[in-house]
Design a protein around this ligand. Structure first.
Ligand code: SAM
Ligand code: SF4
Length: 329
C-alpha cells in the first residue's frame, strides 16, 4: 500500500489538526452563538478510538499534530490523551491551540505529557472588550495561562488574534507591540465565514492590509521578513529591533492552498479535507464497525486524494455544515 498521503495536485499531506471536543468554556462572537448546542458524548471519538486513528495517520507519514477544539483543555483526560499521542511512533511535532483559560493549571502537566508548544488566542488587551468578544472570558486567566506556558517551556509561544470590526480593531497596534519585548509571534487571523456566524464574519472582517496600515499609522510600519515566504500559513513581519515577530494569516484575501499540507480530524471522527469546504470522510463509523487499520488507511488515502483546492468565498460558497468550533480552526 502507498504509505504517503498525497492528493491529486501532488500535495503531500502530513499535518493533522485534531479537534478534541466541540465544547468550549467561552462563546466568541465570531465562532459560535451563545446558546450553542453540543454533540452528545457518545457521538464523539472516545480516547481509545482517537489514539487508534492517530496511530493510523502516523503510519501514513503524518508527523505533525495540533490539538484544538472547541476548547481542547476542557476535554476529559486531556493530559492522558496528549501522552498517548506523544508516545505514538511517528509523531514528531505536537502542539495545541487554546483559549488559555485553563492553561494556568494545565500547562506543566501537558508539557510533562509531551506537548511541545501552544498557540493562545487573545483578541484584545482590554478586559471589558475581551469579555464582549468572548462573552464569558477573563483576561487575567489567559495571562496566567500564557505565563504558565512560558514557565513550562511550551515555546515559542504564538498569540492568535482574530480582528473584528467594531470589537477590537482599535487594539491591533497594542497587540502587535507585544512582540517588541517578548519573543512571541503575534498572529492576526482574518475572520472567516462559517455556518450561523457567516453574515457577521463577512460584514465585520478586516483585511491584513488594513491591519498593517493601522499599525503603521498608530506606531511604525512593520517590515516584511524572508521576502514574504510563508511560515506555515503565516506571512511574517517584524518591528525593527523587536524580540518577536508579527504574523498574518490571510486565509480569505490571500489563500495559501498551494502549500497546504494539512487535514483535520473533527471531534466526531470525520476527516475534513479543507477548512473552508464541507467535504468530509467518515472514519469513526467504519472504526466502530470493526474496520481493520489497513482499511482505515485506504479510506484516508482515498479521501486525501480528493482534497479540494481553493475556497469558494468569492462565489459565495461558504462552509455551512459546521461552525469553527466544530472543525477546530
Ligand atoms: N478554543 C481554542 C481557541 O480559541 O484558541 C481552539 C479552537 S478555535 C476554533 C481555533 C482558532 O480559530 C482560534 O484562534 C480562534 O480565534 C479562531 N477562530 C474561531 N472562529 C473563527 C473565524 N470565524 N474566523 C477566523 N478564525 C476563527
Ligand atoms: Fe471557544 Fe475558541 Fe471558539 Fe472562542 S474561538 S468560542 S475559545 S472554540
Amino acid at each position: 500500500m502507498n504509505t504517503v498521503a498525497q492528493d491529486r495536485f501532488g500535495r503531500v499531506i502530513n499535518y493533522l489538526r485534531i479537534s478534541l471536543t466541540d465544547k468550549c468554556n467561552l462563546r466568541c462572537v465570531y465562532c459560535m452563538p451563545e446558546d450553542m448546542v453540543f454533540r452528545p458524548k457518545q457521538e464523539l471519538m472516545q480516547d481509545d478510538e482517537l489514539l487508534t486513528l492517530v496511530r493510523v495517520f502516523a503510519s501514513l507519514g503524518f508527523g505533525k499534530y495540533r490539538l484544538t477544539g472547541g476548547e481542547p483543555t476542557v476535554r476529559q483526560n486531556v493530559v492522558e490523551i496528549v501522552r498517548g499521542i506523544a508516545e505514538t511512533p511517528g509523531v514528531a511535532n505536537l502542539s495545541m491551540t487554546t483559549n488559555g483559560i485553563l492553561l494556568g493549571e494545565l500547562a506543566q502537566p501537558l508539557a510533562d505529557a509531551g506537548l511541545q508548544r501552544v498557540n493562545v488566542s487573545i483578541d484584545t488587551l482590554d478586559p471589558a472588550r475581551f469579555k464582549r468578544i468572548t462573552r464569558w472570558g477573563s483576561l487575567d486567566k489567559v495571562w496566567a495561562g500564557v505565563e504558565a506556558a512560558e514557565n513550562a517551556g511550551l515555546k515559542p509561544i504564538k498569540l492568535n488574534v482574530v480582528v473584528v470590526r467594531g470589537f477590537n480593531d482599535g487594539d491591533v497596534t497594542e497587540l502587535a507591540k507585544l512582540s517588541l519585548d517578548h519573543d512571541w509571534q503575534v498572529r492576526f487571523i482574518e475572520m472567516m465565514p462559517f455556518g450561523d456566524v457567516a453574515t457577521f464574519a463577512k460584514e465585520q472582517i478586516i483585511t491584513d492590509a488594513q491591519i498593517r496600515a493601522r499599525i503603521a499609522d498608530d506606531f511604525e510600519p512593520l517590515e516584511l521578513l524572508d521576502d514574504g515566504r510563508l511560515d506555515g500559513e503565516a506571512r511574517i513581519y517584524q518591528f525593527p529591533g523587536a524580540k518577536g515577530t508579527v504574523g498574518f494569516i490571510s486565509t480569505v484575501s490571500a489563500p495559501f492552498c498551494a502549500s497546504c499540507n494539512r487535514a483535520r480530524l473533527t471531534a466526531d471522527g470525520l476527516l475534513r479535507l479543507c477548512l473552508l469546504r464541507d467535504k468530509e470522510v467518515d472514519l469513526l463509523t467504519p472504526l466502530r464497525q470493526g474496520a481493520a487499520e489497513d482499511d482505515l488507511r485506504q479510506i484516508i488515502l482515498d479521501g486525501i486524494w480528493w482534497k479540494p483546492w481553493g475556497h469558494g468565498l468569492e462565489e459565495d460558497v461558504i462552509p455551512l455544515t459546521r461552525v469553527m468550533s466544530q472543525i477546530g480552526g
